[in-house]
Design a protein. Structure first.
Length: 328
């Protein structure tokens, strides 16, 4: 099969390798469409270190082409999307329902070969049938939407709360739509005007781009930090109202000193939110009902050969989500 292999940071090769054989509880999926995620960029640039060579990628839609003996409730030819983190299911953390933070979890495209390939094998409980109503370009967003939906469930907006989303990238633009659906007004903050315009098109009251704007439109009762910029966390603490909640989804690449005094003085509640647990079926349902728009988030669709270029241009401020069409 054809695949993109990261041989060392910055060097991605298109190669032919043996097609994987599914194990007893695995399905083999022929990948039709994949999404490029921030973690793919971090791995490509060497900011996130993983054993190489590796086929990266974890966001995908495809069809089941073969399966192991123990697979239940799945059919050959079925279109599925992938929940690409496989917790051990045995440790106390998993047993308490928090498999998202299992220390032994296996991450597709990081710990094992991922979806930037014609075929990928996945344990069947981590595949979700895609309803016929959803096209591939929509269903491929199931995973990032699950990330945002998990954060929403961590701290759900209460009626009348003023909400702010830091970062108008893919996750931020999904957060905006989830918050609007709850009935709350939501503001966005980003340094890139083009992304703020998209957020306004998706229902944000206003996109803010400077600390002055932030402080004049604030304070905010509930803040979601999706940008991963360490300075954003300082801004979030400043813009928070007394008693506010801050949910952090972004992962800053480097340590950053924490402004503890205002956290204490304002009695801020701060939550981390890591990927997802049981959100996939609800997310597919939201997509079927048309409650999350994904089309404005698609910046381009390339083939596998275009993956290196897309990763080189990952930081382009006008880009939101680039998709990779694979197929046979
Ligand atoms: Zn992702
Ligand atoms: Zn576990």
């Amino acid at each position: 099969m054809k695949c993109a292999i990261l041989v060392k940071p910055g060097e991605l090769k298109i190669q032919n390798v043996d097609r994987p054989e599914p194990g007893p509880n695995e399905v083999l999926i022929q990948v039709d469409l994949a999404g490029i995620c921030g973690s793919d960029d971090s791995v490509y640039k060497g900011k996130m270190v993983i054993p190489l060579p590796r086929i990266p990628g974890h966001e995908a839609v495809g069809r089941i082409v073969s399966m192991g003996k123990e697979v239940k409730d799945r059919k050959i030819g079925q279109r599925v999307t992938i929940q690409p983190n496989f917790p051990c299911e045995a440790c106390p953390i998993c047993q308490s329902g928090m498999g998202n933070i299992c220390l032994q979890k296996v991450r597709l495209g990081l710990d094992i070969d991922g979806v930037f390939a014609q075929y990928v094998k996945v344990p069947y409980p981590y595949t979700w049938p895609v309803p016929d109503l959803l096209d591939d370009e929509t269903a491929v967003f199931t995973e990032p939407i699950a990330v945002a939906y998990h954060a929403l469930l961590k701290a759900r907006p209460k009626p009348g709360q003023r909400v702010l989303v830091f970062g108008a990238g893919v996750i931020g633009l999904i957060m905006v739509q989830l918050i609007r659906r709850e009935g709350n007004d939501v503001f966005t903050f980003d340094l890139v005007r083009d992304r703020l315009w998209i957020s306004e098109g998706l229902g944000a009251t206003a996109g803010l781009t400077s600390t002055d704007e932030l402080l004049s439109r604030g304070p905010f009762d509930l803040i979601y930090e999706t940008s991963g910029a360490s300075s954003a966390f300082d801004e979030a603490i400043k813009a928070a109202s007394p008693g506010a909640t801050i949910v952090i989804l972004g992962l800053p690449g480097s340590p950053h000193p924490l402004l503890t005094t205002p956290i204490v003085r304002k009695e801020l509640k701060i939550f981390g939110s890591m990927i997802y647990t049981t959100e996939f079926p609800e997310v597919l349902d939201l997509l079927v009902k048309g409650q999350i728009k994904t089309q404005p988030l698609v910046s381009g669709i390339l083939d596998l050969e275009g993956l290196s270029t897309a990763l080189e241009r990952f930081a382009d401020p006008k880009r939101v989500k680039t998709l990779i069409r694979i197929g046979i």
